[in-house]
Ligand binder design. Structure first.
Ligand code: SAM
Length: 217
């Protein structure tokens, strides 16, 4: 069995009893970053062996993991934060397992987009999760213009390095529309700002933005 196990997006207490049980039992835990996952495993006294499974070794590592699974071993896949497969390398192994008729079980848990969407107060019955916007301003604005035609709540992931640039482009395309920016969800400095992109930009410019962000509009 390949277990896809959601892990906390900040607060170590946000893990299910079943996830802990599975992480204790499996033959191997495939982690995006073994050092990062070790913090969680140590916190709960879990000693299962770990191996790395990240963006640059995902193809060769997926083959190795697949072989273990075919030999009857159980493997748990975790990412650095949240649900594996949601914008992290999980997709490759999940897809290969399906093609190879290996049973998969997904253990539910945190994912930043859901927390941010609910916290934003925006309509959550129809939404589009866009992940990261393009790096470059022109490509970002073009994509935002395409998305602006749709009548859905939009969700973007953003890093502290690009949040200001992304908000400037959102302001250029969406004007005064009220948006929400959630930061450091479930962590000590969790915060949500609601207002126009311009107003949020102003409030963020006072100090260098820190942490991880989700934008909802
Ligand atoms: N697999 C993860 C999930 O289920 O949400 C997403 C991984 S993606 C590589 C990382 C991005 O998720 C960050 O840049 C940020 O936009 C968002 N993110 C993750 N944890 C967050 C948190 N605690 N607060 C705000 N955003 C977060």
């Amino acid at each position: 069995m390949l277990y896809i196990v959601a892990t906390p997006i900040g607060n170590l207490k946000d893990i299910t009893l079943r996830a802990l049980e599975v992480l204790k039992q499996v033959d191997l835990i495939a982690c995006e970053d073994t050092r990062h996952t070790k913090i969680l495993l140590d916190h709960y006294g879990i000693q299962a062996p770990t191996t790395s499974f990240f963006q640059h070794n995902r193809i060769t590592k997926a083959e190795h993991l697949l072989k273990l699974l075919k030999d009857g071993k159980s493997v748990a896949l975790v990412s650095d934060a949240g649900m594996p497969g949601i914008l992290d390398p999980g997709y490759n192994i999940i897809n290969s397992a399906i093609k190879n008729n290996i049973p998969i079980s997904v253990l539910p848990g945190p994912t930043a987009l859901v927390n941010a969407l609910v916290l934003s107060g925006k309509p959550a019955h129809k939404f589009i999760f866009e992940g990261f916007l393009p790096n470059r301003t022109q490509a970002r604005r073009n994509r935002l213009k395409e998305l602006a035609k749709l009548k859905y709540t939009l969700i973007f992931y953003e890093s502290c390095h690009r949040i200001l640039a992304a908000l400037e482009d959102i302001q250029a395309v969406f004007g005064d529309k009220e948006i929400a920016v959630a930061r450091e969800l479930t962590k000590k400095f969790e915060e949500v700002k609601r207002g126009s992109a311009k107003a949020i930009l102003e409030s963020l410019k006072d100090q260098k933005p820190r942490g991880e962000f989700v934008i909802i509009l």
